[in-house]
Design a binder for this molecule. Structure first.
Ligand code: HMH
Length: 219
């Protein structure tokens, strides 16, 4: 049987594609992205990732409270560990591009997205809802950056490492593990929780779209 996540992705295909095939990503893939846009993305995403760590920690706490046998925690913990590497990578990459991380001011779309994440940290947000958001946030980056590494892409050498971070097969498998966890919990969820998870998925896709817009345009 098809999982809930796949059903939702099909149902909301256009919105999903809006987040995973944004002009920012297509420009990386074509080799036409302005490096100034990439640098803006880099600085802004560093701020985002720090908020994302707090959110993922909250998902870990929710997983811990689930009654059944719990291998979810292992996957989530791996996610946190990779965010630790990611933060180190951002620091290294920022110094390479001469981006001063300590002086980055979050732009509006980033602030909005971080505020949205903070809302999801609340213990009142059910685990299936939170894990759906977690999957979506990771999956958008994996699908976007994997696209820049496909056969026929013209991604400049300077941007390949960034694309590899999220576009590599191991990250793809990790996203698939998150998807399986989400599906398993959504299958057992009440109609009310399911409805909330679907809304949160759409909200993540919208925030991701706006984040790419902000990175492209600086507004
Ligand atoms: C905006 N979405 C954004 N930044 C990230 N680093 C990720 C998702 C994913 O991992």
């Amino acid at each position: 049987m098809e999982g809930t996540i796949d059903t939702w992705v099909k149902k909301h295909r256009l919105i999903y594609t809006g987040a995973t095939r944004h002009p920012f990503i297509l420009a990386i893939r074509d080799g036409t992205l302005d490096f100034s846009s990439f640098k803006r993305w880099l600085g802004q995403d560093y701020i985002f990732v720090r908020a994302f760590v707090a959110f993922v920690a909250s998902v870990l706490l929710k997983a811990r409270k689930e009654l059944e046998e719990n291998s979810d925690m292992d996957v989530i913990l791996r996610g946190l560990a990779s965010l630790n590497d990611e933060i180190e990578w951002f620091k290294k990459e920022a110094s390479k591009w001469e981006v001063q991380l300590s002086s980055i001011v979050p732009l509006k779309a980033n602030e909005d997205y971080c505020r949205f994440l903070e809302g999801l940290v609340s213990p009142e947000v059910e685990y299936p809802v939170a894990i759906t958001a977690f999957w979506a946030i990771e999956a958008v980056y994996q699908e976007s950056f994997a696209h820049c590494l496909e056969e026929g892409s013209n991604t400049p050498a300077e941007l390949k490492e960034a694309c590899q971070r999220w576009g590599n097969d191991g990250f793809g498998l990790y996203c698939h593990s998150l998807q399986k966890i989400a599906n398993r919990h959504l299958e057992k969820a009440s109609a009310g929780v399911l409805a909330k998870a679907e809304v949160v998925l759409l909200q993540v896709l919208e925030h991701e779209f706006e984040f790419w817009n902000m990175s492209s345009l600086g507004t």
